[in-house]
Design a protein around this ligand. Structure first.
Ligand code: NAD
Length: 401
């Protein structure tokens, strides 16, 4: 079953029965059992899921998620989102994703490296042929991508690498940068307000949430709440997010912040703010809590944070939701630039990466908003329609349908 509602889209554009055959199910779903010796000599093992949803527009692109809760269906949902995301911002990739079902927090560095090397061994044909180009996702980062490069020796076989070994300066911050840009556009275009001093709450203070917070702070927004899996903190006058980020790097917990009160993740989602950014995990806004949301608008930093039933409730409440495939596309935009420069190397500065992300997110935002206004659609449905149209037309160009 497709994460994107093809029935609703079929009311808006022509999706032929042949196109539906391709779009309704992933092209390939693989499940593997990975087992290696860890640093203490004991065998460590994990299920590995790899899904390619649609590769009409290019190689399957999507991050490697390493977490104890990863499943095949979650990996398939995330792979599908990559199909729509890459199509919406028009980078020439298809949709893919990997999931390694193990908690990275319980692994020492040597054991994690061994798992990643074994992952490359399992996947080596696809990685060397570039059928699939991985990147970081939850539980993996730039150093892990460096381990993958160390096995393939092909610079464009993996993105999100450290800049000194062919990574793109600004790639690490790119998703957060794009979320901040989407939030600025949401403020100006949907809420008709200046971002300056707007109250923003962010669930998740990892890669996406923390960089979104820093960029929004630079743009003048007031970040009143952030959280991680242990809970959140709140200060109505605005948190010192620069210090929070530095303290986090030094090992401090959010709850250690002296100038903030402790709140739960449920409290954070219900805060009376201008913009709420769920930037942690999927499926956090549900039929049970959507009516507690008091934000003026939602910008989805995480993948799939809003379940369909919650989307309906938010829509009825008049709370616009800027969808994941638009708001968090900054990472794949920067990955595209890194992949493209794989052979030649890059002298790119971070500022150039941010400008590329801003430009493509802004262009996609305007197209989505224009369609949403023209057809009186929620932003998510407008974004889905544009993406499905793009993939469908590409399949026609390729003679698939
Ligand atoms: P991360 O691992 O760096 O950070 C995740 C954050 O969420 C951490 O602060 C963690 O403590 C918190 N968290 C985990 N479980 C939680 C829970 N149950 N409730 C509240 N907070 C919780 O991950 P990330 O890379 O920042 O990714 C966050 C989301 O953004 C994911 O949905 C991911 O798929 C999506 N995303 C990431 C990128 C990227 O480039 N990193 C790109 C696009 C989308």
């Amino acid at each position: 079953m497709s994460a994107l509602n093809l029935d609703r889209i079929a009311d808006l554009i022509s999706i032929t029965p042949d196109a539906r055959v391709f779009l309704e199910r992933p092209e390939r779903q693989t499940q593997m059992h990975l087992a290696v010796r860890g640093s203490n000599g004991a065998v460590v093992h994990a299920e590995v899921y790899v899904v390619y949803h649609n590769t009409a527009r290019g190689p399957a692109k999507g991050g490697i998620r390493m977490a104890s809760h990863v499943t095949l269906s979650e990996t398939a949902e995330l792979a599908e989102l990559m199909t729509w995301k890459t199509a919406l911002v028009r980078v020439p990739f298809g949709g893919g994703k990997s999931g390694i079902c193990i908690d990275p927090a319980g692994l020492d560095r040597t054991t994690k490296d061994a798992i990643l090397r074994e992952y490359v061994h399992l996947m080596q044909l696809d990685l060397r042929n570039q059928a699939y180009v991985p990147a970081p996702d939850m539980g993996t980062g730039a150093r892990d991508m460096a381990i993958i490069l160390g096995e393939t020796h092909i610079p464009e076989s993996v993105t999100g690498k450290p800049p000194r070994i062919g990574g793109l300066p600004g790639r690490n911050e790119a998703t957060g940068r794009g979320v901040a840009t989407a939030t600025r556009l949401t403020a100006g275009n949907l809420l008709k307000k200046d971002l300056n001093n707007m109250r923003v709450a962010i669930q998740g203070f990892g890669n996406v949430g923390s960089f979104a917070a820093l960029f929004l702070h630079q743009l003048g927004a007031r970040i009143v709440a952030v959280s991680d899996e242990r809970g959140g903190i709140f200060n109505g006058d605005g948190l010192d997010v620069v210090r929070l980020k530095t303290d986090q790097a030094d090992g401090a917990e959010l709850a250690d912040a002296s100038d903030a009160s402790v709140i739960t993740n449920a409290d954070l989602l219900a805060l009376d703010v201008d913009i709420l950014i769920p930037a942690a995990v999927g499926h956090v806004l549900t039929a049970d809590n959507a009516d507690t949301v008091s934000a003026g608008a939602i910008v989805e930093g995480a993948n799939a944070p809003t379940l369909p039933a919650a989307q309906e409730i938010l829509q009825e409440a008049g709370i616009p939701v800027v969808p994941d495939i638009l708001a968090n596309a900054g990472g794949v935009i920067a990955s595209y630039a890194e992949w493209q420069k794989g052979k030649s190397g890059s002298l790119t500065e971070a500022a150039e990466t941010y400008a590329l992300v801003d430009g493509l997110i802004e262009r996609a935002f305007r197209r989505v908003q224009a369609l949403a206004v023209e057809k009186a659609l929620p932003m998510r449905l407008a974004a889905w329609t544009l993406s499905a149209g793009e993939v469908s037309e590409t399949m026609q160009d390729r003679g698939w349908i």
